[in-house]
Ligand binder design. Structure first.
Ligand SMILES: [Zn+2]
Length: 252
């Protein structure tokens, strides 16, 4: 399995990248940590980058040491592992505890497994030219519609009828969109955080175009295109001017 990826923090002095990517011989995981709103007490001694790094490492360990496990089980176990890594004084019942999206792809002999939790999609590019996007867009459809209040988001996080993220509830893994497809039907798979998918959401690109760019010019080109579009067109009202951006293209 060939794996190519690039992750770039939002251009802002001193800011850490809250996206995270980790890959092995036949798997990759892409994470996008949720930036805490200013002034919100997360109840945790750790920052978001700590969380995504720990979770990514735990996923890598699970994918490596229990290759027979399904991706949902790997994720729930990894969440459990990170919960145990918090310290005394970290309140794991706090609704603003650090959290992250998860996108995972793993090649097995005949199949490719995928998992998507929250808004880091996986695009399956088939050999017949079609692209199927696995997109957990529950954050786009919260009850009542936008704008979302902090209280609303907090009350719906990891709750039935709301949306699910990797944080302090291992059972969130069961809410992920997960499945398998035949490897021989696939040309490759694109994974991206929402810092990249704004090319589709805001700037008029199609997923087919994103796949072509990643396949022909590499995933780093997608991030360059995001920065160009952000500078040329700005961002819709209230949105961050730039976001951490990660794209990965895997093929065989
Ligand atoms: Zn903590």
């Amino acid at each position: 399995m060939h794996i190519s990826y690039r992750t770039v923090p939002a251009p802002s002095p001193g800011r850490r990248n809250e996206d995270f990517v980790i890959a092995g011989p036949d798997w990759i995981a892409v994470l996008d940590g949720a930036t805490a709103p200013a002034g919100v007490d997360s109840g945790c001694r750790h920052d978001v980058a700590w969380f995504t790094g720990r979770l990514g490492a735990a996923l890598g360990r699970g994918l490596t040491t229990t290759p027979e496990s399904g991706l949902v089980d790997v994720l729930s176990e990894a969440v459990r592992e990170v919960m145990a890594a918090h310290q005394d004084g970290c309140d794991l019942t706090n609704a603003d505890s650090p959290s992250s999206t998860v996108a995972m792809v793993r090649r097995r002999a005949e199949t490719v497994d995928y998992l998507v939790l929250c808004d880091s999609p996986v695009a399956l590019a088939f050999t017949d030219g079609t692209v199927t996007v696995i997109d957990d867009d529950r954050t786009e459809h919260l009850p009542g519609g936008r704008p979302y209040s902090l209280e609303l988001v907090r009350s719906l996080r990891n709750r039935p009828g709301g949306f699910w993220v990797a944080s302090t509830r291992p059972e969130a893994a069961c809410e992920a969109l997960a499945g398998s497809v035949r490897a021989e039907d696939l040309r490759g798979v694109l994974l991206a955080t929402d810092g990249v998918t704004r090319l589709v959401q805001w700037y008029g690109r199609t997923w087919e175009q994103l796949v072509e760019t990643a396949a022909n010019e590499g995933p780093g080109r997608l991030i360059a295109q995001v920065r160009e579009a952000e500078s040329a067109h700005g961002t819709p009202g209230g949105a961050k001017r730039h976001d951490d951006a990660t794209a990965a293209w895997v093929w065989w």
